[in-house]
Structure formats: structure tokens, C-alpha cells
Design a protein around this ligand. Sequence first.
Ligand SMILES: CC(C)(COP(=O)(O)OP(=O)(O)OC[C@H]1O[C@@H](n2cnc3c(N)ncnc32)[C@H](O)[C@@H]1OP(=O)(O)O)[C@@H](O)C(=O)NCCC(=O)NCCS
Length: 203
Amino acid sequence: MTDLIKKDIIELLKTIWSSDEIKFSDSERSNGLRNEILRNLIALSMSDDERANMLGLSVGCRIRESAKIISPSNLVCGEYVWIGENVMLDASGGLQIGSHTTIAVGALIWTHESALANLELDNSIGNPWIVRKSTKIGTGCYIGGPSSIYPGVTIGDKVIVLPMSVVTEDVPSNVMVGGSPAKIISEIDDDWLSRYKLQNGFV
Ligand SMILES: CC(C)(COP(=O)(O)OP(=O)(O)OC[C@H]1O[C@@H](n2cnc3c(N)ncnc32)[C@H](O)[C@@H]1OP(=O)(O)O)[C@@H](O)C(=O)NCCC(=O)NCCS
């Protein structure tokens, strides 16, 4: 029975593949995107460290399935960075992520804005209205998901962005921010760390 179902699936795939619904365009853009899509499909079968290695990320990095990097050649990523499922890393405007930082499940890190293309009624491929700004996330940060980091924002070192925050402005080092728009909730100093460790059973 299982073999019959497998055979049926293969026949169905062949029928779909040879149907007129499947159309490819031989443009540079489509072929480039296809290359990336196929690499991502293959990467689905990899473990998070294998995937990071294939993407050329630094030593110790891990990237979970279904995370997406736009313009990976513009990403400068430190070591031991963890990137969760459904994360969007838009590096099209230049993106830096420091070592030992976590970008948690579903976080959206942006380096471009496209609203002008909509307002100018020119949302075509290659339109001239895209604004790009580089975004920087420091070392030892925890970016809770699904938060959104706006283009052009610089986040310092050892920052916690609480889940579901929208970071619209630069954030200094050693603070916890939260909300929409994100505001500083507390400093992360030695007292904070001692209290948090004690609360959670670390001595
Ligand atoms: C943030 C964290 C390190 C704990 O720090 P903490 O100081 O104990 O945090 P608290 O829960 O006491 O919250 C501190 C303040 O932020 C507020 N806050 C908590 N979450 C918030 C959020 N998502 N947005 C806005 N404010 C938030 C709290 O209400 C509290 O405010 P108050 O001081 O006025 O009472 C810990 O809760 C954490 O890591 N959370 C994220 C969990 C997570 O995303 N896990 C996925 C792992 S990949």
C-alpha cells in the first residue's frame, strides 16, 4: 500500500512538473533567486551548524531552518551567533551582528524601507524608491522574538530586547529595552546580573 502511494506521489510530481503551470523565466534576476531558493531547500535538510557553515557564517554559529538572510554577502556576523526559526535577517543595506548574540525565533532585522515605492505607486521590480540604511547589533545581545529592529538602528553590546518589541532608535550598551516603540526598562549592571543569576539558581 505504502509503495503504491509513493508511486502515485512520484507520478503526480511528474504530471505537475510537465504541466503548463510550471513556467521559468531565464532572466538574471530569476536565475539568481532560484539559485538561492534551491540552496535554502537543500539547507532544510541540514542541522543548524551545518547550515551556518554552508552560508559561510563564522565559527560556532548556528542558524535554524526557515530563517532567511536577504543579501547574505552584506552580512558581517561574529562568532557563536544563534539565529532562530523564521528570523528575517535583511542585510541588503549592510548588517553587522556581534559575537555571542542570539536573534530569537521570528525576529525581524531590517536594513531597508520600501514605503516610498508604495506611496509613489511604483512597486515594480528594480524601482528606485528603496531606502537602505545599515543596522548594527552588538556583542552578547539577546534579541527576543518576534521583535522588529528598524533600518539604521545601532544596538550596543550586552543588550536584551524583550519579546515583541519594536526598536526604532539606537540603544546603548548594557540595557534591557521593551515595548513598541522600545524604551529602556532597566540597566544591565553587575547588580542586575547577580539578582537574575540568584533568581534562577546560579550561584
Ligand atoms: C528578560 C529576562 C532575561 C528576564 O529579566 P527580568 O528582569 O527578570 O524581567 P522581568 O520579567 O522582571 O521584566 C522586567 C520588566 O519588563 C517588563 N516586560 C517583560 N517583558 C516585556 C515585553 N515583552 N515588553 C515590554 N515589557 C516587558 C516587565 O513587565 C517588567 O516591568 P516592571 O519592572 O515594570 O515590572 C527573561 O525574562 C527573558 O529572557 N525573557 C525572554 C524569554 C524568551 O524569549 N525565551 C526564548 C529563548 S530563545
